[in-house]
Design a protein around this ligand. Structure first.
Ligand SMILES: *Cc1c(COP(=O)(O)O)cnc(C)c1O
Length: 442
């Protein structure tokens, strides 16, 4: 490992000398060389995936791994990882079973679906639905819903990759019922509604009523599918959070299929869930692509455990971290601020001014794009520096990222902000403060 790294660094030096205009400008310094070799060796020996403290104010941060799992799901995963399990084995009959069976009953009950199937993520779910029901056919989508979710989920591209022809209907801001009616033909494979997860169109707008599309799809016997993105399994009626339409509501209203993610508002492992009509799910399960997108045993174990918790909604909002953090009251978060602020002051007061601030968290991952959740946090500004200077704020942010457990905040309002909504492990946070540099000379 060491000699490979030495060779690689030698090669890098050689190349930079060959490629530089003035050969003499590339200096060979032993310390630099050794340091680069050391860093290369560390890549092989240190964990690349490591815990961080997400104080960004985004509950479901895709780049930070989205939903945190409840204890029950973690122990179910550990069990499935270390032992043989009846993943596709029917213990009673002693013959082959189905891996989806472990979550089927609960998902059908919670979504009101006749049948369900699960795959690797929601992008896969959408592709599988399109490929099964509308390959070589046209898919009608309102122009206002041609979404791009971060991380390369772009509806038009998904359409092409699934072998479907996108038939755009209406205009960006206004789509009428007649637009759908006129677009329908013998080439139509399905009608798709994509939940506009991360934007809204306001002003002179018109959307076709879902009930009208449902009727149209019935009359022409064409499946109507809604990509919900973030499917919430419970209605948080008594909280100040309005959750987007649940899969249950959609299917009850007559939508044929819905698709949603397992690691967004559901608060489970990464997976995609397709729920709805039995005959359509049966066709989807016969598609060879389903085999290529199937969930592994760890996902099945975790999802099954999370769904069991939903059996008791009052427990669910306590035990499932995503729901618990979503419903955490401003007062509770302020208490966290009160507890950790003095400690942070103790370690940083010489370099920075610290202030308890009101801030706003968001759900993230495209869920509830218009709802900001009142939260509380700490604003950090450097002393003796132009606080509005982006360079110094990015340096502060870097100092926090370089702690043994990196602390991820955000730069906002000319300050480095730590939103404490997501901070449950206070002792891990406080432990990091001991590693803050004593002197901040940027
Ligand atoms: C998030 C989202 C997806 C992609 O889901 P993944 O689980 O990330 O694959 C697709 N459609 C919508 C509307 C979404 O919000």
């Amino acid at each position: 490992m060491v000699s490979d790294s030495v060779r690689a660094v030698q090669e890098e030096f050689r190349n930079s000398m060959i490629n530089s205009e003035n050969k003499k400008s590339v200096k060979f310094k032993e310390e630099v060389f050794v340091d680069r070799v050391r860093r290369k060796v560390l890549i092989f020996t240190e964990k690349s995936l490591q815990p961080v403290l997400n104080l960004s104010g985004t509950i479901l941060h895709t780049n930070l791994g989205r939903a945190l799992l409840p204890e029950e799901a973690i122990s179910a995963m550990t069990e499935a990882a270390s032992q043989a399990v009846n993943l596709e084995y029917n213990i009673l009959e002693g013959d082959r079973g189905s891996r989806d069976k472990h979550v089927e009953e609960e998902l059908c009950r919670l979504t009101g679906a006749e049948a369900v199937t699960i795959v690797n993520n929601n992008a896969a779910a959408v592709m599988l639905v399109l490929n099964t029901l509308a390959r070589r056919k046209e898919v009608l989508v309102s122009r206002g819903e041609l979404v791009e979710i971060g991380g390369s989920f772009r509806l038009p591209d998904i359409m092409t990759s699934s072998g479907c022809k996108l038939r755009e209907v209406g205009t960006t801001n206004r789509t009428h019922f007649e637009d759908f009616e006129n677009a329908l033909s013998s080439k139509t494979g399905l009608i798709l509604k994509a939940y506009t997860s991360n934007y809204t169109i306001t002003g002179f707008t018109k959307e076709v009523k879902e009930a009208d599309i449902i009727k149209l799809s019935r009359d022409y016997n064409i499946p109507f599918v809604v990509d919900l993105g973030s499917g919430s399994l419970i209605d948080l009626k008594n909280s100040n959070v309005t959750l987007e339409p649940t899969p249950l509501k959609k299917l009850q209203s007559g939508v044929d299929l819905v698709t949603f993610s397992g690691d967004k508002l559901l608060g489970g492992p990464q997976c995609g869930i397709i729920a709805g009509r039995k005959n359509l799910i049966a066709r989807i399960n016969r598609n060879a692509m389903k085999r290529a997108m199937r969930c592994d045993k760890l996902t099945v174990a975790a999802l099954s455990a999370v769904l069991k918790i939903y059996g008791n909604p009052e427990k669910a909002v306590q035990k499932i971290p995503t729901l618990r953090l979503l419903l955490r009251s401003e007062e509770e978060i302020k208490n966290v601020v009160d507890r950790v602020l003095p400690e942070l002051r103790f370690h940083m007061e010489r370099m920075a001014t610290l202030e308890a601030v009101d801030c706003q968290s968001q759900v993230g991952s495209g869920a509830l794009p218009n709802q900001l959740l009142p939260s509380a946090g700490i604003a950090i500004r450097l002393k003796n520096k132009k606080s509005s200077n982006g360079f110094f704020l990015s340096k502060v942010s870097e100092v926090f990222r370089k702690l043994p457990i990196p602390i991820i905040g955000r730069v906002h309002d000319n300050a480095f902000i730590l939103d404490l909504r997501n901070l449950e492990n206070e002792s891990a946070f406080l432990k990091q403060l001991e590693f803050l540099p004593k002197n901040w000379d940027f």
